[in-house]
Design a protein around this ligand. Structure first.
Ligand SMILES: *Cc1c(COP(=O)(O)O)cnc(C)c1O
Length: 355
């Protein structure tokens, strides 16, 4: 078969999203979505925004920027709303790395970083995590120019580092842009947003997908020094000036106005995570210390792929990543307490019939 695709894209490896099955209703613990719906205020704002869908959205996202800036104690010029935080990542890889300016990130982390390196022809330098999946931050200090990318908490391990460690990296690799991906920060890690005014090389990416129950709306944002925001914004305007749609803008503002509802949900998810972790330990699982809305675990007696298949048969989806260091492990999103009771019961049954 002839291909029309130009040669530089022939070998790109696309991201493989967790499945969104249509065949029946599952307990979905495979893509780290919130188990709780958007608040009523958000639903009303979405409905209202639909009345003006014949009009383009504000490409500068001024209202959302002002709302977010107010809630973070920053200026609108420190914020760039995007189509999911994946767009912050794309723009940053485009802006700050190429074949001679590497992107530096962990060997076990969010798979999209490798996808972007492939797409943009970026030289990727993978720094191996320790055996227990903790990060040696000294590896990221004293680097030349390029882009450092750290998910904090990391995915799929959930392990977090502190703000002091991030500050050390910003300070000791001043010619690198340091991109901290805070997709899961609201579930128990410390945000480094307070450092953006002090370090012009720091970019923080945030998303509404996990903590704000808006994965389906595709909304994220970058927080950084105004100069970095202008650079990213210029690239955004070259690719897709209207990447954030009218409905997402309205939902994003209403969600911030309802922040207590979402904070409560995050607290509940964190509590459910810790309870689930205890029960998994009782079943013989080994776990990382996750500060995110998922647990990362392995069982010494049963391969992760087998557990994942057997859970699927009883209607529970979890995520298994093949790959040398993750093959034994399962990433399980935290659902409602009821979802997790069902998960634990199903695992207990699988483990007893296995032995
Ligand atoms: C989910 C996730 C994102 C991106 O989410 P969006 O839905 O594009 O906002 C970014 N980074 C990590 C580590 C994630 O897990």
């Amino acid at each position: 078969m002839n291909s029309f695709l130009i040669s530089k894209y022939k070998d790109v490896e696309p991201y493989v999203p967790g499945e969104q099955p249509r065949d029946k209703k599952y307990i979905k613990l495979n893509t780290n979505e919130s188990p709780y719906p958007p608040s009523d205020r958000v639903l009303r704002a979405v409905e209202e925004s639909a009345k003006n869908l014949q009009l383009y959205p504000d490409p500068a996202c001024r209202d959302l920027r002002a709302t977010l800036a107010g809630s973070l104690g920053l200026k609108p010029g420190n914020i760039l709303p995007t189509n999911g935080s994946d767009e912050v990542l794309s723009l940053s890889f485009m802006a700050y790395a190429h074949d001679e300016k590497p992107a530096y990130y962990a060997d076990v982390t969010y798979g999209f970083y490798d996808v972007l390196s492939g797409l943009f022809g970026v030289k990727a330098e993978h720094f191996a995590l320790e055996n227990d999946f903790t990060i040696d931050i000294n590896r990221y200090c004293g680097l030349g120019s390029g882009l450092i990318v750290i998910a904090n908490p990391n995915a799929p391990t959930g392990i977090a580092i502190g703000v002091c460690e991030i500050e050390k990296i910003c300070k000791e690799s001043p010619d690198c842009v340091v991109l901290i991906d805070e997709a899961y920060v609201e579930f128990g890690a410390e945000s480094c947003v307070g450092l953006v005014q002090k370090y012009p090389n720091l970019i923080v990416s945030r998303t509404y997908s996990k903590s704000m129950s808006l994965a389906g709306a595709r909304l994220g944002y970058a927080i950084a020094n105004e100069e970095r925001i202008r650079e990213l914004e210029t690239l955004k305007y070259t690719l897709n000036p209207y990447s954030v749609n009218r409905t997402a803008l309205a939902a994003g503002i209403a969600a911030v106005e309802d922040i207590e509802y979402y904070r409560n949900n995050c607290r509940l998810v964190a509590k459910t995570r810790d309870k689930t972790a205890e029960k998994l330990k009782e079943l013989g699982f080994e776990l990382t210390d996750s500060k995110a809305n998922f647990v990362f675990c392995r069982h010494p007696g049963v391969p992760a792929s087998e557990l994942s298949d057997k859970l699927r048969k009883v209607g529970i989806l979890v995520r298994h990543f093949t790959g040398e260091r993750t093959n034994d492990w399962l990433r399980i999103s935290v659902g409602t307490p009821e979802d997790m009771n069902q998960l634990i019961a199903a695992l207990a049954k699988i483990l007893t019939t296995n032995h």
